[in-house]
Design a protein around this ligand. Sequence first.
Ligand SMILES: [Fe+2]
Length: 189
Amino acid sequence: MAIVTIPDENRTITDVNEIKDYLESIDIDYEQWQPSQPLPAETTADEVLAAYAEDIDRLKELDGYVTADVIDVLPTTPGLEAMLAKFKSEHWHDDDEVRFIIEGRGIFHIHPPNGVVTAIEVTAGDLIRVPGGTLHWFNLCEDQRIRAIRLFIDPAGWVPRYTDSGMADNYQPLCFGTSYIPSPTVLAQ
Ligand SMILES: [Fe+2]
C-alpha cells in the first residue's frame, strides 16, 4: 500500500482512507486494485492486462484513455540512468500520468498549485493518476525495480515538459517500504 509523506509538515499518512482523502484534496486519484484471479510469479504483459481488464476498461470509459501497456524496469535495464534522469526533475505532461504498480516501488513527488509538496510512495496494488498539467517528479527506490500498467489518451501527450525550477533538489526521494534491504555497510553507518 502507498505511503504518503509531506516533508515540509513532517507528516506521514499510512491509513488508506486518509491517503485517498488527502490525495483527492490535491487532485490526485488513488485506488487499490485486485487482480481478477491470483497471478503467478512470472506473467506476460498480456496476462497482466487481462487480470486487470475490468479496472482498465472502467478508467478508459471514465477518462477516455485509449491504450494500456506494461512497463518493466530492472536495475539491468539498458539506459536506466538516462531514463530515470528524465523524470527526476520537476515537470508536467499534457496527458495524465496513470500508473498501476504490479511489482517494485517508486516515489512520485507532487507539487500542487496551492499546496505543499507531497511524496507518494507507490507499490504493488496501487493505482495513481496525476492529471495533465500537474507539476511532479518521479524516482525509483533503491532496488530500482518497477513493473507497472500505463494508461494513455495519447502517448505523444506524455512527453515531460520541464519547469527548470530545481524544486526536486530540495526533496530526498526516501523510500520507507520493505522491499529495500540495506546492505551490511549501510547498516553499520
Ligand atoms: Fe511524469
